[in-house]
Design a protein around this ligand. Sequence first.
Ligand SMILES: [Zn+2]
Length: 514
Amino acid sequence: MTTRLRSFATALLLLVTAGFTGGPVPVDWVMVARIREEGLQHSQVMDYESYMTDVLGARLTLSQDMQRAQTWLQGTMKQIGLVNVVAEPFMDYGVTWDNEYVSLHMLTPDYQPMLGYPIAYTRGTDGLQVAEAVIVDLQVRGDLEKYRGTLRGKAVLVSPPVPIDMAPLYNGTPRRNQAELDSLQRVVVVPTRPAPPRPARNPDLLSAEEKLAFYQAEGVAAVLQCESGWLGAVRGFSRPGARTDGWSRAGMLASPVVIAITPEHYNRMYRILKRNIPVTVEINVRIRIGEATEQAMNVIGEIPGTDLKDQVVMLGAHFDTWHASPNASDNTSGVAVALEAIRILKAVGAKPRRTIRVALWGGEEQGLFGSRAYVRQHFGNPYDSTVGAKPGYEKLSVYFNQDYGPGQYQGIYLQGDEQARSMLTAWMEPFSDFGMTVVSNQSVGSTDHVSFDEVGLPGFQFLQDRAPGTGGHTNLDFFDTIQGDDMKKNAVVMASYVYHAAMADTRLPRKAIN
Ligand SMILES: [Zn+2]
């Protein structure tokens, strides 16, 4: 063997690791180089991120904002060169809900503009309202009589004051250190803590729905609340009962105006009222509520495969967001990475063996509705006899998802699919210079890969670094805190994983589900 040949052989040995069948897992270094070149030198990821956050903005599931954004998304996928681009309905969701305007001020005893947002699926005010603020502490049925007949026209403060959590301000957002990364890799049996015994539910306790119904019946001007001690942040989600009434127009119109406020503004009013000094507020909220039930959508597009084109490799992210900001991190960053990854693959002229399909979901924030419905419809569930496996079940190799913020990938979670380790590890090798080194056996949850994982299909999340300044689910989640270099690298890694999965001799091995 010549020296040159020997070094070539050594290099080759370094480039492959044992595959799940015992054979080597190849890495296509030529394609990796082209993906890196396209993704690092000609990236469009921050252009996607900017358009979505700056121009399109928040995308609450089944809002007109979301519908407009999904039209843009389909156009962008076609521009990238994807085929079979479609907005695929997944359920009769409800009526559209859009917050068009909020104005909120304390007028007395001292003027202060306040920051707040209506929670989703509530109604607006009848124009500009000036109201006296009062504290209401409604817990059990017996409390109702205390307040009955006293709240008409009042702005009611319904939650206790919230201590502001100063720890993040002192500590910042520490990046994951090596010890943490090592432990993610090493800890293969995650200790389970026994769930604390749940106290028996007090039948006298009022539910959130019952409280809202009472405020509405009493004719309050608005319900004001604060449920988060995050300085400057409005955290407010969805009207209690919205899911039960199917996001209906009747349910929205039967709701009082409910506004979540930043803790520092809310607490100030609360403390003044506790001194028995009157507080007046001015509120104007405009909400546009749709007339008829409409379907919510997932948006799908493909690069067709070649010799294995009936098999599929998927990547994706949820496109829907909460409504108080453009949600640059959660999950516009995941969408931008998915779009950029598939753009890179088109740009480098990839001719994948398996079809590559990108799915940008709706209804994730309300409970993984879009991805679950998609998996059920296209792949089925062999572990649930009422659903059964669809022909597509055997055709899917793997789904890769991003939804843990915009931080840089540092590894991947195996999700307990130990047999996938060799492939997922081999494909990581070209990105060790990115700091992508960790393969953790641990399982993670809370987003759309779960919809695949729970029916026995390989679905993975990358292990991501923490990113400072992002405010997922709040009014603080804007373009400016997203680190472009991290996003570029993530798209490169995503593109390369998807490509290698699409070219592999076998599907990704699946874990057994009991
Ligand atoms: Zn998310």
